[in-house]
Design a protein around this ligand. Structure first.
Ligand SMILES: *Cc1c(COP(=O)(O)O)cnc(C)c1O
Length: 570
């Protein structure tokens, strides 16, 4: 930097440091490019907010320095030093001010507003700003402050932001998107920092083909314990006989069940994709419809709910080997005892796919299929709020064949970092807090659906018993694709979805699917769902109106800011 351009200096204080800050400002602004970040009065404020704001500025601005002042300077220095690349020095006299720069290269000086006289404080700032960092042996020590630098292999220890700024930036943008928008995609959720930590761990390095205690690789003592914890927790969470936590996805879990007990060409009876079923329940575009003879049940055209007598008729006619219950966009409680009854009448096995509702089941907010089903499959990332992945629960008599089908039948080495994160998710799911969130998820969905109905929108089947519902857009000035876009522009992310007997095609169907898992995880309740209902109504009734879109975006941004989830990552 040329000698004659004034150095950039940020200054901030809390109320205890406010008088000293004001008195320093006059003289410092003549000599430096000074930016005051507050506070603006002696009204009480929280010093960490100001310290974080100033530290962020100093890190982000090349060659910048900062001054922080609170009553003693202690709280400000503790906070600022939490930031990587910040060296904040609390100084009391000329010698410490000089050393702070010469030896420690402090980029922030911290002063006690109730400790120092203004003239002394000014002198300390001037000494610190005019001294020069000596480098040399001091640099080696500064480097060691960051624990990564103790690693002799700097390439391995370097942070993502240095190794791959493009991906680092994209992750930051995705974090901002998830933080500032209201995600109402029914199949998504937001995991805890604990789960992110487990998922981002060195367990990704470990090959562990096989199962705990019976691996084809050495060095599995710790991943064995992690997988056993995941298994034991899953079994106790759902009351199952057996759990396999290795499936890479929900689709893979379903495939493993079919491969373990069906022969190619066997008949499976599943829910029609167009009525809310899943691709893997026999759709012709999926392996499930290609390997097996698949037949379907759907919802009743009048009630838009499952009619179990009709399902029984179809089963009696088609004599399936396997009946599949479960759905991706069906908003009503599933009657598992009735499914079992139908399966028994035709001698079929029953698989229940609880991918969407697993979290609700754990909390008792939806009945459990475990007593009725031969197999229960699930994803771990939907309402269950774990890492992306799948799981199979089954009766003991199927345990060995399920395990053999997953490995070596279908998969190679399991994702041990994901399995560790699944274990964390299952532990979280045992908590009262988790159960409360699940119950509120159902309350929020019902409340929101009801609000929208009162505004004249049509909800498929007239409401919801679970975490999701479908809005029929037929009488609104927008179709599924346009609704998805208009809502996302306004800060609400949901997905276009077919409705039962949809006359339109799946690329631009007549419905939009709304889910409340993330809103509920963030802590939103009925009062917030009321605001969301207003927003959804405005956007869907005026999809082309840019002013409404902007206004709703602001409302949603403010709402999300009141219920932070990843603010600590930004
Ligand atoms: C989401 C879902 C799946 C598939 O999960 P993936 O992990 O995406 O493969 C399976 N079944 C149902 C009912 C689902 O909703």
């Amino acid at each position: 930097m040329p000698e004659n351009t004034p150095k950039t200096l940020f200054i901030a204080s809390d109320h205890g440091g406010y008088p000293l800050k004001e008195s320093l400002k006059n003289s410092l602004s003549k000599q430096y490019n000074l930016h005051d970040l507050g506070t603006d009065s002696e009204a009480s404020v929280d010093y960490p907010e100001l310290a974080h704001a100033l530290a962020d500025k100093v890190v982000a601005t090349p060659d910048a320095s900062g001054i922080l002042i609170c009553g003693t300077g202690i709280g400000m220095s503790i906070t600022a030093n939490r930031h990587r690349d910040i060296r904040a020095a609390l100084v009391h006299n000329k010698f410490t001010a000089q050393m702070a720069k010469e030896h420690n290269n402090a980029n922030i000086i911290v002063l006690g507003g109730r400790v120092l006289e203004p003239t002394m404080a000014l002198e300390l700032v001037k000494i610190w700003m005019s001294c020069k960092y000596e480098g040399g042996r001091h640099q080696q020590r500064l480097d060691l402050i960051d624990r990564r630098n103790r690693n002799s292999n700097r390439n391995i220890a370097a942070p993502l932001s240095e190794v791959d700024p493009e991906i680092s930036q994209l992750i930051r943008q995705e974090t901002e998107r998830e933080e500032s928008k209201l995600i109402m995609i029914a199949s998504e959720n937001c995991v805890s920092q604990a789960i992110l930590d487990a998922h981002g761990s060195v367990m990704t390095n470990k090959y562990a083909e096989g199962y705990p205690g019976k691996r084809y690789y050495g060095g599995c003592q710790f991943v064995d314990q992690a997988e056993q914890l995941a298994i034991d927790r899953a079994i106790s969470l759902f009351g199952a006989d057996h759990a396999n936590v290795q499936p890479l996805s929900g689709s893979g879990a379903n495939m493993a069940v079919y491969l373990s007990v069906l022969k190619v060409g066997d008949t499976i009876l599943g829910m029609n994709l167009a009525h809310g079923g899943h691709l893997t329940h026999g759709s012709p575009v999926s392996f499930s419809g290609q390997l097996y003879h698949s037949v379907f049940y759907g919802v009743d055209p009048e009630t838009e709910k499952l009619d179990y007598d009709t399902i029984e008729e179809i089963a009696l006619r088609e004599q399936p080997r396997m009946i599949v219950a479960g759905a991706s966009s069906y908003s009503r409680t599933l009657d598992f005892p009735r499914f079992r009854e139908i399966a028994d009448k035709v001698g079929a096995m029953l698989m229940v796919d609880i991918a969407h509702i697993a979290g609700l089941i754990v909390a008792g907010a939806h009945p459990s299929p475990i007593p009725y089903a031969d197999f229960v499959t699930t994803t771990t990332h939907k309402t269950l709020r774990g890492p992306r992945g799948g799981m199979i629960l089954c009766r003991q008599k199927y345990a060995a064949s399920i395990d053999k089908t997953i490995f070596p039948g279908m998969q190679g080495g399991p994702l041990m970092h994901t399995i560790a994160a699944k274990a964390v998710a299952f532990k979280e799911a045992m908590s009262e807090e988790f159960k409360e969130v699940q119950k509120q998820t159902v309350i929020n969905a019902a409340f929101l659906a009801n609000q929208l109905q009162e505004k004249g929108l049509r909800i498929v089947s007239g409401g919801t018993d679970n975490h999701l519902f479908l809005i029929d857009l037929t009488n609104l000035p927008v179709n599924g694709k346009g609704a998805e876009e208009a809502l996302d522009n306004a800060g609400i992310t949901a997905n276009k979805n077919g409705i039962p007997f949809d006359p339109r095609n799946p690329a631009d169907p007549s419905g939009i699917r709304i889910g409340t898992p993330i809103a509920s995880t963030r802590g939103m309740r009925e009062a917030e769902m009321k605001i969301v209902a207003d927003c959804i109504e405005k956007v869907l009734k005026n999809p082309e109106d840019g002013n409404i879109s902007k206004e709703v975006r602001t409302t949603i941004r403010e709402l999300c800011a009141r219920f932070p989830v990843y603010s600590h990552l930004l």
